[in-house]
Design a protein around this ligand. Structure first.
Ligand SMILES: C[S@@+](CC[C@H](N)C(=O)[O-])C[C@H]1O[C@@H](n2cnc3c(N)ncnc32)[C@H](O)[C@@H]1O
Length: 222
């Protein structure tokens, strides 16, 4: 199994960005784990506590609500949404990530599949009551971040929620850091047309040193 080398990782990611191939490296992170989901360096191996808190405060009122997870990684957040009662579609551009999810949760109710946010199946459009993204915009560069945001919005049904969980930075700082954290102005790009901000939290995670994050919730009114 390959040892994680942060300097080599950053160099590799930047080289894909320079070649305008921003999604071609994700599968290598999962194949390097050689079938062991615990060896995926960015996987927390537990659901986001902020997602769990939101689910607790917003229990489902009826069955049949649909959620979609963008870039689901090794599946912890998808399983949490399924446990909360959603019918969950969880996708990732990495075939190996999806293989790890299916092996990890053989009896799961979640529909795990390989798909690209930038070219998702057309029946998904405006089809989901909850769209959840954790740490995916931040691994994309430049124009792809705006495309990703707009694609997420396009998945959302009327009255649905988008939950965005990501690393954050102060405007003017850490502009070239990998991953590329979002500043307040960028995440505020979700507030558009019929989408309104419902809640917004800025917090430091529990790493040493702590890493600043945002957890934001938007609702589509029309
Ligand atoms: C930093 S990882 C986060 C994974 C997971 N959400 C988590 O929090 O552990 C970003 C994920 O997004 C996926 N991804 C990146 N671009 C994508 C795209 N265009 N469509 C679908 N998945 C994508 C990557 O393969 C990767 O699994």
């Amino acid at each position: 199994m390959k040892e994680f080398d942060p300097v080599a990782y950053e160099k590799m990611v930047k080289s894909y960005h320079d070649q305008d191939r921003p999604t071609d490296w994700f599968d290598s992170i999962y194949t390097d784990a050689e079938g062991d989901h615990e060896a995926v360096f960015w996987a927390d191996l537990e659901p986001s506590p902020y997602l769990l808190k939101w689910l607790k405060n917003n229990p489902l009122q009826c069955a049949g609500r649909k959620a979609i997870i963008i870039g689901c990684g090794v599946g912890d957040d998808a399983e949490a949404l399924s446990e909360a009662g959603y019918e969950v579609t969880a996708f990732d551009i990495s075939p190996e990530a999806i293989r790890l999810c299916r092996n990890r949760y053989p009896a799961s109710k979640v529909d795990y599949l390989v798909a690209d946010l930038f070219d998702y199946p057309s029946p998904w459009s405006e089809n989901f009551d909850l769209v959840y993204e954790c740490n995916t915009i931040q691994v994309l560069p430049g124009k792809y971040r705006i495309q990703a945001r707009d694609a997420m919005i396009s998945l959302l049904a009327t009255q649905g929620h988008i939950l965005v969980s990501c690393r954050s930075r102060l405007t003017g700082e850490q502009e070239d850091d990998i991953p590329l954290p979002l500043d307040r102005k960028e995440i505020d790009g979700f507030v558009q047309r019929s989408l309104k901000e419902e809640s917004f939290e800025a917090y430091d995670d529990t790493q040493d040193p702590p890493v600043p994050h945002f957890f934001a919730v938007y609702k589509k009114y029309l």
